[in-house]
Design a protein around this ligand. Structure first.
Ligand SMILES: Nc1ncnc2c1ncn2[C@@H]1O[C@H](COP(=O)(O)OP(=O)(O)OP(=O)(O)O)[C@@H](O)[C@H]1O
Ligand SMILES: [Mg+2]
Length: 358
């Protein structure tokens, strides 16, 4: 088992600085998901921890051991890549067992470990096939199996489920979580899927441009986003933002229209007259009705998802999405009324994008 400590770790490609100096502490047995937009440095960070990429500066530790110069095979880390990197000339079973064979485990032990992993991953019927004879999703599961059989002290996952269909993805998500509970190996998991990030993690780390924007338990990031970047990244559909200037008990928008602050601002608004702010409200914290009163809005589009209905409205010239738990039938152009849950309103500084204290 192992913790991971990064101290001012940076990565440069020539003059291009991809990660400018990052501190991160991951505890032994913790499951951390790493999220952020494409190109923000997630894979680079994982590859540096795995030893597949050199560190341009700073220090990396696995447990108490400084691993800056430790070759990958001596780190006892298993990585599942975005691309599966399977050996094309080896069968599924051989691909999965290769690492164990190198470690000179008995053939019978290897066979058992492969058998167990294959069962978990629904790969039992394919053990004799070659990667070229598998679908993308099956290959991805073989790559996962190769990591699982090794029982390493640290798992690094780089979008391991991105090629699976939706159903298998949900199933694998649960499998990986149970696996983590059983094995207890420290895990760092990169994903684009914020539901995956939320459901699997003890802690989410949100990255942007090689920096950490915020880290914390999934609920903390959802409830108390430190800035607009995190607020818009966590939660789906994304948080609504109303950008305006505070004036005489109103929020005045650029187009001149106004909304009463009492309706759209938190009870203890941490901002003053003349200040440019962004008020944030999650789609699921808005109540919509035809007759309950509140802020008058016009329906733009209604999108049923089965369980929820996403209703997109025009509110004083701003587009606002409402996530309605009930079935909601309306026609574009209909007049509706919105009520914001005052306890769940967020307020950000319009310039810096940081959350104002509430
Ligand atoms: N060998 C390289 N030389 C120069 N730049 C590189 C190299 N490898 C990666 N980069 C750059 O480093 C940045 C981070 O890349 P990285 O692959 O870590 O992003 P990512 O967060 O994993 O993105 P994605 O979600 O698309 O996988 C990108 O801007 C990329 O173009
Ligand atoms: Mg990547």
């Amino acid at each position: 088992m192992a913790s991971v400590t990064l101290r001012q770790v940076c990565k440069r490609y020539g003059s291009l600085e991809v990660i400018p100096g990052l501190d991160l502490q991951i505890e032994d047995r913790e499951f951390v998901t790493l999220v952020g937009p494409s190109g923000c440095g997630k894979s680079t960070l994982l590859r540096m921890i795995a030893g597949l990429e050199t560190i341009s500066g700073g220090d990396a530790y696995i447990g108490d051991e400084k691993v800056n110069d430790t070759p990958p095979m001596h780190r006892d880390v298993a990585m599942v890549f975005q691309s599966y990197a399977l050996y094309p000339h080896m069968t599924v079973a051989d691909n999965m067992g290769f690492g164990l064979k190198l470690r000179r485990l008995a053939a019978q032990v290897i066979k058992e470990k492969i058998g167990t992993a294959a069962k978990t991953l629904n790969l039992s019927p394919y053990l004799a096939r070659f990667p070229g004879q598998l679908s993308g999703g099956q290959r991805q599961r073989v790559a996962m199996g190769r990591a699982i059989v090794r029982n390493p002290r640290l798992f690094l996952f780089d979008e391991p489920l991105s090629n699976l269909d939706a159903q298998l993805r949900v199933q694998m998500r649960t499998e990986i979580k149970s696996l983590h509970r059983r094995l207890g190996s420290t895990s760092i998991y990169v994903t684009h899927d914020q539901i995956e990030a939320m459901t699997m993690a003890d802690r989410i780390v949100v990255m942007n441009h090689g920096r950490i924007e915020q880290q914390g338990a999934p609920e903390t990031l959802y409830d108390k986003p430190a800035n607009m970047f995190v607020a818009s990244f966590i939660g789906s559909p994304a948080m609504n933002f109303l950008k305006g200037v505070i004036a005489d008990g109103q929020l005045r928008f650029e187009n001149g229209s106004m909304l009463p602050l009492a309706e759209v601002a938190p009870p203890s608004l941490p901002a003053t007259t003349g200040q440019a702010v962004v008020l944030g409200i999650r789609p699921e914290r808005i109540d919509i009705s035809f007759d309950h009163g509140g802020l008058a809005a016009t329906i733009i589009e209604v999108e049923p998802t089965g369980l929820d209905t996403h209703v997109i409205c025009d509110l004083a010239g701003q587009m606002v999405t409402v996530n309605q738990r009930h079935r909601f039938h309306a026609t574009p152009g209909d007049r509706v009324y919105l009520r914001f849950d005052h306890e769940k309103l967020h307020c950000f500084d319009a310039e810096a994008g940081v959350a104002l204290d509430m």
